[in-house]
Design a protein around this ligand. Structure first.
Ligand SMILES: Cc1cc2nc3c(=O)[nH]c(=O)nc-3n(C[C@H](O)[C@H](O)[C@H](O)COP(=O)(O)OP(=O)(O)OC[C@H]3O[C@@H](n4cnc5c(N)ncnc54)[C@H](O)[C@@H]3O)c2cc1C
Length: 441
C-alpha cells in the first residue's frame, strides 16, 4: 500500500502533523534529513549532568499545545532561574532599569498588534504602510529618546526575531506580538514565554512524539531533495529512495522549503515567498562556572545590553546542578560580526560582554559551549524565518496556501505563538487538518 501522506521534517511541526494524521487513521511517514528528531531543539549534557539547551528551551503558560503534550507524555517542567530583577546595561557601563518610556511605546505597539489578524496580517487597515516601515524607522519617531529606541530595537527585533531593528517591518513586529498574545506575554519570564524549562530538555518531548508514531514512521538520514506531483499522487525523492503518497506536508522553514526541487515548479508567488523569509541570525552561548557567583553579588544575571556583541543574558542554571550557567544571546548584525571572528576572538569578546554584566569572574568559565544554527545545513538560522519588509503584503497569502497536494507547516506558518514550539505544533495540526478535510475524513 502506498504511504498516504509523507511529512518532510521531524521537528515539532512535522511530528505533530504526523500524529494528527495517524490518530485519524491516515498512514503518515516522516522523512527527516538529520540523524535525530526535534529540529531546532538540542540538549547537551556536561559530565556532571548539567543540562544545556542549545536550541529552544522555554515554554510559557499560554502555550497550551506544547504544555498539553508535555502533560500527556508525563514530561515535567521547572521554573527558569530568577534571583532578582533584570537590568539594562547602558553603553556608558551604567546598570539601571528599563528606560522609563519603554512601557508606553510597548503599549502603543500592542495596540497596533490588536489591529492585526494573525491569520492575515496583510489585510490590516494600515498593512501597506506598516509593512514598508522598519521597526527601527518607526522607533525613531515613536520613542521619545534614542536610548529607548535602542533598547526596544535590540529587545524586540533581537530578542524575539534574532534580527536587527532595520531588518524587520513594523507589520511583522505587530503580527508577532499579536501571535504571542502581546509584548508582556512574549518578553516576561514568570507569566511569559520564558517562564519554564523542560526536564531533560525539549528533545525529550520530540522523542516521545516520534515514539508515539511507531517504530517505522520516522526515517532518519533522509533529506528530501525533490517532490513531484500529478493527478494520481506525489512522489517524494530522497538521495536513495522514492516514496509515493497522496499528499505531502512540508514541515521545514520556508527558506529550506524553497531549496527542495518541485515538479511542476512552484507557482511564482509561492517561490517568491520562500526567497523573502530569511531565518534570523543568533548566537546562543553558554558559559559554565563552578557556582552562580553573580547571585551572591545580588545580581540576577538577567540583562539587556544596549551596546556590544551581546544583547541578552540569562541565568540558565538548573535546580539539580550546583554549577552556574550564564547564557548570552547575540542577534542580527552583532551575531554576524561574531561569526566573522576566530573562535578564540569570539570567546574573548563574549566573555568580556558577560564580565560587563556580572563582573570579571565571568572571564574564567570552566566550560564554554557555542552552537551556530546558521551554520547547520538543516536549519540555517534561528529562531525562525520572518518576511522581509514589504513581503507580508506582497506574498503573505501564499504562506499557508497548499500547492496541489503539497501542504505547508512549520512554526513560520502558525497564527498563535508563531516562531515557537507551540506554533510549530499548531501549524502541523493545521496542515494535517487540511489534508483530512480534503479527504473527507
Ligand atoms: C537557539 C534557539 C532558541 C530558541 N528558543 C526557543 C524557546 O525558548 N522557546 C520556543 O518555543 N521556541 C524557541 N525556538 C524556536 C523553536 O525551536 C522553533 O520554533 C521550533 O523548534 C520549530 O519547529 P519546526 O518543526 O517548525 O521546525 P524545525 O524544528 O526546524 O524542524 C524542521 C525539520 O525538518 C528537517 N529538514 C529540513 N530540511 C529537510 C529536508 N529537505 N528533508 C528532510 N528533512 C528536512 C530538519 O532537520 C528539522 O528536523 C528557538 C530556536 C533556536 C534555534
Amino acid at each position: 500500500m502506498a504511504t498516504e501522506v509523507v511529512v518532510v521534517g521531524a521537528g515539532f511541526s512535522g511530528l505533530a502533523a504526523a500524529l494528527t494524521l495517524a490518530r485519524a487513521g491516515v498512514r503518515a511517514r516522516v522523512l527527516e534529513a538529520r540523524d535525530r528528531v526535534g529540529g531546532r531543539v538540542l540538549t547537551r549534557w556536561l559530565a556532571d549532568g548539567t543540562q544545556l539547551d542549545l536550541g529552544a528551551q522555554w515554554v510559557g503558560p499560554t502555550q497550551e499545545r506544547v504544555n498539553g503534550l508535555l502533560a500527556r507524555y508525563g514530561i515535567g517542567t521547572f521554573a527558569s532561574a530568577a534571583y532578582g530583577p533584570s537590568t539594562v546595561l547602558f553603553p556608558d557601563g551604567r546598570h539601571a532599569g528599563a528606560p522609563e518610556a519603554a512601557g508606553r511605546v510597548l503599549d502603543l505597539l500592542d495596540a497596533y498588534a490588536e489591529r492585526v489578524d494573525p491569520a492575515a496580517p496583510w489585510a490590516a487597515a494600515q498593512a501597506v504602510e506598516w509593512d514598508r516601515t522598519t521597526l527601527a524607522g518607526w522607533l525613531r519617531t515613536a520613542a521619545p529618546d534614542p536610548a529607548t529606541a535602542r533598547y526596544l530595537g535590540r529587545l524586540l527585533a533581537g530578542g524575539l526575531l534574532a534580527a536587527g531593528p532595520d531588518e524587520i517591518s513594523l507589520l511583522q513586529m505587530a503580527f508577532y506580538l499579536r501571535s504571542g498574545g502581546g509584548s508582556r506575554a512574549l518578553l516576561a519570564m514568570a507569566g511569559g514565554a520564558q517562564q519554564d524549562r523542560v526536564v531533560g530538555g525539549p528533545p525529550v518531548l520530540a522523542e516521545a512524539l516520534a515514539a508515539a508514531l511507531g517504530p517505522d514512521a520516522v526515517r532518519l538520514g533522509a533529506p528530501v531533495r525533490a517532490i513531484a506531483q500529478d493527478h494520481a499522487g506525489v512522489v517524494v525523492h530522497t538521495d536513495t529512495d522514492r516514496v509515493e503518497a497522496d499528499a505531502v506536508v512540508v514541515a521545514v522553514p520556508p527558506t529550506l522549503a524553497g531549496r527542495i526541487r518541485y515538479d511542476p515548479p512552484l507557482p511564482a508567488l509561492r517561490d517568491a515567498l520562500t526567497q523573502r523569509m530569511p531565518m534570523g541570525s543568533a548566537f546562543k552561548v553558554h558559559a559554565v562556572y563552578p557556582e552562580p557567583f553573580w547571585r551572591a553579588d545580588g545580581r540576577s544575571g538577567v540583562a539587556v545590553c544596549l551596546a556590544g556583541p551581546v544583547t541578552e543574558t540569562v541565568d540558565n542554571g538548573t535546580p539539580d546542578s550546583a554549577r552556574g550557567v550564564l547564557t548570552a544571546f547575540s542577534y542580527g548584525p552583532e551575531a554576524n560580526a561574531l561569526r566573522r571572528m576566530s573562535p578564540g576572538e569570539r570567546r574573548a569578546g563574549l566573555l568580556d560582554a558577560l564580565a560587563a554584566v556580572v563582573g570579571p569572574a565571568a572571564r574564567r568559565p570552566e566550560e564554554f559551549v557555542e552552537y551556530d544554527w546558521s551554520a547547520d545545513e538543516w536549519t540555517r538560522g534561528c529562531f525562525c524565518g520572518a518576511p522581509t519588509p514589504g513581503s507580508w503584503c506582497g506574498y503573505g497569502p501564499e504562506l499557508r496556501r497548499p500547492v496541489g497536494r503539497v501542504h505547508w507547516a512549520g512554526t513560520e506558518t502558525a497564527t498563535r505563538w508563531a516562531g515557537y514550539l507551540d506554533g510549530a505544533i499548531e501549524a502541523g495540526e493545521r496542515a494535517a487538518a487540511e489534508i483530512l478535510a480534503g479527504a473527507g475524513r
